[in-house]
Design a binder for this molecule. Structure first.
Ligand code: DOR
Ligand code: ZN
Length: 437
């Protein structure tokens, strides 16, 4: 088994209380030792980590649409995991709104087989709450758990009724599986396409108020309390939703939540010039107002938000190049997240680097109950090497994702990814840097 010593560089491992200059020895697929000035054993490959780089536990994106099976023109497990490792993610959890829906062991097994063949990032499938995500009957939760699903969701839609959500929380709770909820009160959403406010009105677009999200989140948090089930609120966009989560946590509900980079960086101002009617600013939930974006930043800072997840939602250019009303919701996120987080959170003084690693690695691992989030001796060698001061110009042409639907093309940001290691194997090296591993 090969051994590699990552020597020097800052190591940030909040799960084990480490932040400083440490060496890390990888032995095969595991972390063998972490310490200062580790001895160099015979046959060990030594990699000197430059002082400006940071070694952290592999990043985990718990909200990714890999689109396979069924929509391989948008993304596949292979292209999606190539995109993930280029973005610094060693693991992704993938949403079940594929075709067919991941509501049975056959589809879960298919995704896992594709992931094994791609052999890049780890893939944790998320099963559907309801059969076909139709909101009628519960899927076979025991079967999905046995097949390898780590959570359940009807993402793309909320769980249709309070009764179905109650049963899902009860049933999934028996298997220690969280329900990830896409919060949207359907009658308020109606055929809205953008945040209800000045900018949507100015463009003549139908609006979706923040309460559309917070009302559903409140329902689900109440049901989590009733059932002692576990609910995770996906892609929060509205300040009212964060208030509902905070209140639920105060009462002791088993509730956690995530925010996407686009919801803490952008607002509905993006709907206007120069991107007016650009469908790369159409996503669900929509970009909201300054007060919502500022609430998300405050939640990241004060600890009430648990996770940053991308909601990587690839769509083909032909599908996006239509009228705003008719375009599908969603943007890609895997290859822009780290740069946005560094630039807008760490360098802006909103969160510390250890706190960012909690949001991108420690907490997703804890919530999904998967390995990772830690550089402890004996843990899998899933490691990301970050370059906090690297200048990155986002360029869709160089992205690994099969889809190009991002509003961040051409943005210059400070901070990026130097290398990604999964199970001791180097699966990505940023060739725009001098660093080699
Ligand atoms: O913007 C979105 N895109 N939001 C969702 O909830 C679903 C996703 C998709 O599947 O494209
Ligand atoms: Zn969603």
């Amino acid at each position: 088994m090969s051994k590699t010593l990552l020597r020097g560089g800052r190591l940030v491992d909040p799960a084990n209380g480490r932040d400083g200059v440490f060496d890390l020895l990888i032995d095969g697929d595991r972390i063998a030792r972490v310490g200062r000035d580790l001895p160099i054993e015979a046959g060990v490959k030594v990699v000197d980590v430059p002082s400006g780089l940071v070694v952290v536990p592999g990043l985990i994106d718990m909200h990714v649409h890999l689109r396979e099976p069924g929509q391989e023109h948008k993304e596949t497990v292979a292209t999606g995991t190539a995109s993930a490792v280029a973005g610094g993610f060693t693991a992704v959890a993938c949403m079940p709104n594929t075709n067919p829906v991941n509501d049975n062991a056959g589809v879960t097994g298919y995704i896992l087989a594709k992931a094994a063949a791609a052999n890049l990032a780890r893939v944790y499938p998320i099963g559907a709450v309801s059969r076909g995500q139709k909101g009628e009957q519960l899927a076979d939760i025991a079967e999905l758990k046995k097949a390898g699903c780590v959570a359940l969701t009807d993402d793309g839609h909320p769980v249709s009724t309070a009764l179905l959500m109650r049963r899902a929380l009860e049933y999934a709770g028996m298997f220690d599986l969280p329900i990830i909820e896409h919060c949207e009160e359907q009658t308020l959403k109606s055929d809205g396409v953008a945040h209800e406010g000045f900018h949507a009105s100015a463009l003549g677009l139908r609006g979706i108020p923040g309460e559309c999200e917070s009302i559903m989140a409140s329902r689900d948090i109440a049901l989590a309390e009733l059932t002692r089930g576990i609910v995770h609120i996906a892609h929060m966009s509205a300040r009212q939703t964060l208030d509902a989560v905070r209140y639920g946590k105060l009462r002791g509900a088993k509730v956690t939540c995530e925010v996407t980079p686009h919801h803490f960086v952008l607002t509905d101002e993006m709907l206007g010039a120069p991107m007016a009617y650009d469908t790369n600013v159409k996503m669900n939930p929509p970009l909201r107002e300054d007060a919502d974006r500022d609430a998300m930043l405050a939640g990241l800072k004060d600890g009430s938000i648990d996770v940053i997840a991308t909601d990587h939602a690839p769509h083909h250019a032909d599908e996006k190049q239509v009228e705003f009303d008719r375009a599908p919701f969603g943007i890609t996120g895997l290859e822009t997240a780290v740069s946005l987080c560094f630039d807008r959170l760490v360098h802006a003084g909103v969160v510390s680097l250890p706190r960012l690693i909690e949001l991108l690695s420690v907490n997703p691992a804890r919530i999904l109950r998967v390995p990772g989030g830690s550089l402890a001796e004996g843990a899998p060698a899933d490691i990301t090497i970050l370059a906090p001061d690297m200048n990155v110009t986002i360029d869709v042409k160089t992205m690994k994702s099969r889809s190009k639907n991002t509003p961040f093309d051409g943005w210059t940001l400070r901070g990026g990814v130097a290398a990604t290691i999964v199970g001791g194997r180097v699966v990505y090296v940023n060739d725009s840097m001098d660093f080699r591993i």
